[in-house]
Ligand binder design. Structure first.
Ligand SMILES: [Zn+2]
Length: 777
C-alpha cells in the first residue's frame, strides 16, 4: 500500500473540492433528472464515449437539453455551450453545470428562452482529460485517452506540460484545416506533444460525437470554454476567422462582419478579473488548424465563440473566485448567447429561420441554403434539417437579404426578405418546385456497338458519377434539366467524351468511345528537360517521394518543408516545349492526375493552350481544389481542333494565404472521333438566347444558361460596368439547344474581380444578346 502511494505521480495542486470530478458530474445529472423543478424541462442524452485507452475505460459524453417539451425536437432555434475540451481547463465545466442548475431552478425567469429555444449543454467533451486531472495523474493534462501505436514503454501520461506521449488535442482534430496541425507540430506527429492533432481528422470518438450531435441540432450560436495556462489569450472571445500570419494581410470569414459584431456585443458584457471597467477582448481566430469554432462555422454556419476565461494563468482558480465567475458569466453569457437565437432582449442582429418545402406537397424537405449576400464557395454546403426543413441563422444583416435554396430534383429557388432590426425571430419559407423525373438509359459503345463498361459524370448542378456496366448500360432516373456529361470508359485507350444534353423525357444517351490516339504523354520520369518555366517565380520542381504531407511523385508546386506553403501573388507557369497536333478527328482532350490543396476559391491552377507557339494563351480549364486525393482531371480541347497547340499549367495565387500546393502527373493528350449524336428532344427549333444565370447575384461562380440555334462557334464575353472586356469564352457547342457556361468571377488573367454589375454578351453570326450579372463578394 505504501509503495503504491509513493509511486503515484505527484503534482503541484490537487483538484479543489468545489470542482466536479467526472464521477461527480454523473451525480449532478442524476439529481437533475429527478429534481421536481427541472425534470420536465430537461432531457439528458449520451451522445458518445471517450477514447479511454490510457485509462483502460471509456466514459460517456452527455448533452443536456433545456426546453419546453424537452423530449422531442421542436422547430426552435438551438444554442450550444461546451464547457470543457482541454483536461486541465476545468473552469468552463463549472460554469456550464451552474448554468444548467440556475436555469432549471429559476425557470420562471427564463420562460421565454425555455419556450422558444432549445438550449443544449455539454459539460465536458473530454471526460478522459477530466479524469486524468481529477485523479491527479497530471494536473496539466490537455488531451484525451488515445494511446499511439508503438508506445514501446514510453511515458504515456506524465506530470508537467508537454511530456505526454498519449492523447490527442481534441481542439486540433476537427475536419477543417486539420492538415496543418498546430504551429508546434512535429515532423513525426507522434512526439510527446500537447497539441497533437491525431492520426486523421475526426479520428477521435469525442470529436465524432460532437460532429454528429452538432450536425443534428444545428445550433445557431455556441460557446466553447477554455482557460489559459499561459495567460496569453486570457479573457478573450475568439470567433471564426482571421486566417494568416501576423502582421497580415489576413483573410476573414465570409460572415466576419456579423460574427465580429456579435462577438463584440458578447465580450462587452464580460468584465475582466481584477481590472475594473475593462471587459473581454473580442478577437478573430488567426490559425488554421482543425479547431472547433472554424469547423462549426464552415460546416454548419454556427457562430461559435471560443471563450478564454480568466483570471489569467489560473486554469483552476480558487473556489471563491470560481464561484464569483459563475455568477458574473451566467448573467452575461446566458442572456446574450442563449437569448440570441430568439432575440430575447430585442436588440442587435435579428435571428432568422429559413424553411424549405416541396411546392407541390407542401411538406418540409432538407435543402441546401445560402445567404447570397455573404456566401462563399469555400464554405461547406449548409442544409435545412430533415424534420422541419428549417435552418436558423444570425447572419442576416439589416435590410434586404437574398436567400437561395437548392436541392437535386427541384428547381432552385431564390427569395429575398427585409430584416428589421431588434425584432424576434423572423422567418421565410422557400417552396421548391419538384422537377419531372425521367428514366434515362446511358450506354457506352465501342466501335462495334458492344456496350462497354465505364462511368459517366452527370452534372446538372449536383454532379455525380454514374457507373455504366458493360452489356446493358446504366438506367438512371434523372430530374429534368441540362446535363453536362463526361463519359469515361474503363479502358484508358478509349475516348473520353463530352456531351451536353437536355434531359426532357425518357431517353437513351449514347456515347461511342472509339480508340483514342495518344498525341502527348509525360510522366516526368526523365526530368523537366521538355518543359519551360516562366512568370514571376519558379515554384515548380519534381518530387518522387510519397511522404504523408509532402505531395509527391510528379510535378509539384509547393515548398519542400513540412507545413510550408506556396507563396502569395504567384503568376507562374510551366509549359511543354512539344507541339501537340490535334488534327485527326472531331474530339480531343487532356487527361492528367492531380492531388493536393489550393486555397479555395482564391488560388487557381489554369490549364492553357496556345496555337501560336506560346505567344498567346487561352484558358482551357481552371482548377481550385481544397483537399484532394489523387484524382483524374479531364479537359476538353475541342475548340482547338484541328490546330497544333502548346500546353501549359499556370498557378495564380492571391495576396493572402498560401496552401500546401498540388502535384500533377501522367499528363496525356488524346484525339479521336466522337460518332454519337447527342440526344435532343425532337421538334424543337432552337434560337440564340440567354435564358438567365444562376445564382444571380452570385458570390463565387454563376452558371449562364444559353441556347444556340446551330452547331458552331459562339463567343461569350464578360464586360464590367465601364464596358471594358474582362473575360472572353470561345465556345463551340457540339449540338444546337441549351448550353451552359460557368463563370467564376475571375478576369482573363485569373485575377479575382471585385463586386459590381457585369454583363455577359453572347455573340454569334448576326446575333448579339446581353444579360446582367451581379457579383457580390
Ligand atoms: Zn484550451
Amino acid at each position: 500500500m505504501i509503495s503504491l502511494i509513493a509511486a503515484m505521480p505527484h503534482s503541484a495542486f490537487s483538484m479543489l473540492p468545489c470542482y466536479h470530478t467526472r464521477a461527480a458530474i454523473d451525480t449532478f445529472l442524476i439529481a437533475l433528472e429527478h429534481d421536481d423543478s427541472s425534470r420536465n424541462i430537461v432531457h439528458i442524452d449520451t451522445i458518445g464515449y471517450s477514447r479511454g485507452e490510457s485509462l483502460g475505460e471509456s466514459y460517456p459524453i452527455y448533452a443536456i437539453k433545456i426546453s419546453d417539451n424537452a423530449d422531442i425536437d421542436e422547430d426552435e432555434p438551438a444554442s450550444l455551450i461546451i464547457g470543457h475540451i482541454h483536461g486541465e481547463e476545468v473552469v468552463g465545466l463549472e460554469l456550464t453545470l451552474s448554468y444548467i442548475w440556475r436555469i432549471t431552478h429559476q425557470y420562471l425567469s427564463f420562460l421565454e428562452l425555455i419556450n422558444n429555444t432549445e438550449m443544449y449543454f455539454i459539460p465536458t467533451m473530454n471526460p478522459d482529460g477530466l479524469e486524468i486531472v481529477s485523479r491527479d495523474l497530471d494536473d496539466s493534462y490537455r488531451k484525451n485517452g488515445y494511446v499511439p501505436p508503438g508506445l514501446n514503454g514510453r511515458p504515456c501520461v506524465v506530470t508537467g506540460t508537454g511530456s505526454d506521449w498519449c492523447g490527442v488535442d481534441l481542439n486540433r482534430n476537427f475536419g477543417v484545416n486539420w492538415i496543418y496541425g498546430d504551429t508546434l507540430w512535429q515532423p513525426g506527429g507522434q512526439e510527446p506533444f500537447d497539441y497533437y492533432r491525431g492520426p486523421a481528422p475526426f479520428s477521435e470518438p469525442e470529436t465524432q460525437a460532437i460532429r454528429d450531435f452538432a450536425t443534428l441540432i444545428k445550433p445557431a450560436v455556441s460557446i466553447v470554454y477554455h482557460s489559459s495556462r499561459t495567460g496569453n489569450f486570457s479573457e478573450m472571445g475568439i470567433t471564426a476567422w482571421k486566417w494568416g500570419d501576423d502582421p497580415g494581410p489576413y483573410k476573414f470569414s465570409p460572415d466576419c462582419t456579423a460574427i465580429g459584431r456579435l462577438n463584440g456585443q458578447y465580450c462587452v458584457l464580460l468584465p475582466k478579473s481584477g481590472t475594473t471597467g475593462s471587459t473581454y477582448q473580442p478577437n478573430f481566430g488567426g490559425t488554421r488548424n482543425g479547431c472547433l469554432q472554424d469547423w462549426f462555422y464552415w460546416k454548419l454556419g454556427t457562430i461559435q465563440i471560443l471563450t478564454e476565461l480568466g483570471p489569467p494563468t489560473q486554469v483552476q482558480p480558487s473556489c471563491s473566485t470560481m464561484q464569483r465567475l459563475t455568477t458574473v458569466q451566467f448573467y452575461s453569457s446566458i442572456n446574450w448567447i442563449n437569448g440570441r437565437p430568439y432575440n430575447v432582449r430585442r436588440e442587435g442582429p435579428t435571428p432568422m429561420v429559413i424553411h424549405t418545402r416541396d411546392a407541390s406537397t407542401q411538406q418540409p424537405i432538407s435543402a441546401e441554403w445560402r445567404i447570397l449576400d455573404t456566401w462563399s464557395s469555400m464554405l461547406a454546403p449548409w442544409y435545412t434539417d430533415e424534420q422541419y426543413g428549417s435552418a436558423h441563422t444570425l447572419l442576416a444583416s439589416q435590410g434586404w437579404v437574398h436567400i437561395m435554396a437548392r436541392k437535386d430534383g427541384y428547381a432552385t429557388k431564390t427569395d429575398s426578405v427585409v430584416i428589421n432590426p431588434n425584432s424576434v425571430l423572423q422567418g421565410i419559407t422557400l417552396y421548391l418546385q419538384p422537377l419531372p423525373r425521367h428514366q434515362v438509359q446511358i450506354v457506352l459503345y465501342d466501335e462495334s456497338h458492344n456496350a462497354i463498361a465505364g462511368r459517366v459524370w452527370a452534372d446538372n448542378g449536383f454532379p455525380k458519377w454514374i457507373d455504366v456496366p458493360a452489356g446493358t448500360g446504366a438506367n438512371a432516373e434523372l430530374p429534368e434539366g441540362t446535363y453536362h456529361f463526361i463519359a469515361v470508359p474503363d479502358d484508358p485507350q478509349r475516348m473520353v467524351l463530352w456531351h451536353d444534353v437536355y434531359v426532357g423525357g425518357n431517353d437513351t444517351i449514347v456515347f461511342e468511345a472509339q480508340q483514342a490516339a495518344q498525341r502527348f504523354y509525360e510522366d516526368f520520369a526523365s526530368g523537366l528537360g521538355n518543359w519551360t518555366t516562366g512568370g514571376n517565380a519558379n515554384p515548380w520542381r519534381l518530387e518522387a517521394d510519397t511522404t504523408a504531407f509532402a505531395y509527391g511523385n510528379g510535378l509539384v508546386f509547393t515548398p519542400t518543408g513540412y507545413r510550408e506553403q506556396y507563396a502569395s501573388n504567384l503568376n507562374a507557369w510551366i509549359s511543354a516545349s512539344t507541339a501537340i497536333d490535334l488534327n485527326g478527328g472531331n474530339a480531343a482532350y487532356l487527361e492528367f492526375d492531380r492531388r493536393g490543396r489550393l486555397e479555395m476559391p482564391y488560388d487557381s491552377l489554369y490549364v492553357e493552350a496556345s496555337t501560336d507557339g506560346g505567344t498567346n494563351w487561352e484558358i482551357a480549364a481552371r482548377f481550385c481544389d481544397w483537399e484532394l486525393p489523387w484524382t483524374p482531371a479531364y479537359v476538353n480541347l475541342l475548340q482547338w481542333i484541328p490546330n497544333s497547340i502548346r500546353l501549359r499549367f499556370r498557378i495564380v495565387t492571391d495576396a493572402t494565404l498560401g496552401d500546401l500546393g498540388l502535384t500533377i502527373d501522367n499528363v496525356h493528350v488524346w484525339t479521336g472521333t466522337d460518332l454519337a449524336v447527342p440526344s435532343q428532344p425532337e421538334g424543337i427549333a432552337y434560337t440564340y438566347r440567354i435564358h438567365g444565370s444562376y445564382p444571380n447575384p452570385f458570390n463565387s461562380a454563376t452558371t449562364i444558361n444559353y441556347e444556340v440555334a446551330s452547331v458552331g462557334a459562339v463567343t461569350l464575353t464578360i464586360y464590367n460596368i465601364l464596358g471594358e472586356e474582362v473575360r472572353r469564352f470561345n465556345e463551340r457547342p457540339v449540338s444546337a439547344g441549351l448550353q451552359k457556361l460557368v463563370w467564376d468571377g475571375t478576369a482573363q488573367n485569373g485575377g479575382i474581380l471585385s463586386s459590381g454589375l457585369y454583363f455577359v454578351q453572347l455573340q454569334a453570326v448576326n446575333v448579339r444578346i446581353t444579360h446582367k450579372l451581379l457579383l457580390l463578394r
